[in-house]
Design a protein around this ligand. Structure first.
Ligand code: XIL
Length: 342
């Protein structure tokens, strides 16, 4: 079943692209998902684009790509009047020559920032810096980057707004200010707010985010979607029904939900005994993404365990991605392919 006409046109385009750039038209995760009306993709590291085997995997899996790091402030805007474009330009060119969309991740976040950002700035100064950051990036990539994580991880665990430099200098309206400015700079770009632990209806952060976005919509602030990062640990509860319900309530208020950074981590020790649980979670998530009309994409946070943020961030955890360290596809990934063929 075709979920969305807009996506069908990307799929047709990608078939033409496949012929003209000469890669095979065999069924791939990318092509099968597009037939179901959903974009898929992976986070790409700068070094991936120098490795043929990695490039092939990215092509097989992605109709949308996102940068794992090079779009973050620290890299793209390291000093007030200094910009570093090369890595982002390269990724955008790579995406264009392979008929892929690009998601910009992320304009504002509390991590991976340059040292020139200052908590001591006045509201006016912080707004000026924020506006310059948005305008410079979105003007440069206008029409080429079609979606943006405007703000990343804006909530604390209890659902209050995280005390970031932007909240502390500008105040609570910094998010709507950023959204309004972003819409002004590229009216066609899709604007997202992205976070983690926001997927399960009833979780304080999930409910806080929904209520926040609902208010933005009521006020007429431009927002197209929210991102559920979905960095999942099999050790904690996973409730597919409540995730689906959460997706549906966003549909009711006309908001998209991107599955934006999926990975499912398991313990390194005796990892085999956790694979069944992991497989179920991946397949449940993909099923929701395919079936719910307001989920446009399913993006994984990388593709190989050889290059995942998980073991560096969560002690003793790993095996979170669809390809092992030797780039062999895993059984759960093969099962997802089968599900897409059904
Ligand atoms: C991570 C990258 O994967 C790491 O390489 C980097 O050192 C830190 O950031 N949520 C996000 C992503 O929104 O930007 C993070 O990416 C992972 C968690």
């Amino acid at each position: 079943m075709i979920k969305k006409v807009a996506t069908l046109s990307i799929w047709l385009l990608s078939c033409v692209g496949a012929i003209s750039v000469g890669f095979s038209t065999k069924d791939t995760f990318r092509s099968l998902a597009l037939k179901k009306g959903i974009e898929t993709g992976v986070a790409v590291a700068v070094s991936d684009l120098n490795k043929e085997a990695h490039i092939n995997i990215i092509k097989e899996n992605s109709s949308i790509v996102v940068a794992e790091n090079c779009m973050k402030w620290q890299y793209i805007h390291p000093a007030e009047n200094k910009w570093y474009w090369k890595d982002v330009d390269d990724l955008v060119k790579f995406a264009e020559s392979n008929e892929m969309n690009v998601k910009f991740h992320t304009l504002f976040w509390h991590n991976q920032n340059p040292s020139f950002l200052s908590e001591k700035w006045s509201r006016e100064k912080a707004i000026a810096v924020m506006d310059d950051h948005i305008a410079t990036i979105m003007t440069r990539y206008k029409g080429r980057i079609k979606e943006y994580d405007v703000v990343n991880e804006m909530f604390d665990e209890d659902g209050s707004l995280r005390k970031t430099i932007w909240l502390n200098t500008i105040g609570e309206d910094y998010i709507e200010h950023a959204l309004i400015k972003a819409r002004e700079c590229d009216p066609k770009a899709k604007l997202y707010l992205n976070d983690y632990s926001n997927e399960t209806m009833g979780h304080p952060k999930a409910d806080a985010m929904f209520n926040f976005v609902k208010k933005l919509k009521e006020k007429g602030v431009p927002i197209d979607g929210v991102g559920f990062q979905l960095h999942i640990d099999t050790a904690y509860g996973f409730d597919a029904d409540r995730i689906r319900k959460n997706v549906k309530r966003y549909a009711d208020i006309g908001v998209l939900v991107s599955f934006s950074e999926v990975d499912v981590r398991i313990p390194q020790k005796n990892f085999e005994s956790h694979l069944a649980k992991q497989q179920k979670i991946y397949r449940d998530l993909l099923k929701i993404a395919v079936e719910e009309p307001n989920v446009p994409n399913f993006i994984m946070w990388g593709f190989t365990d050889a290059q995942s943020w998980v073991p560096y961030t969560f002690r003793g955890k790993g095996h979170a991605l669809p390809y092992d360290e030797k780039l062999n596809p895993k059984p759960f990934y093969e099962e997802m392919l089968k599900d897409l063929k059904k």
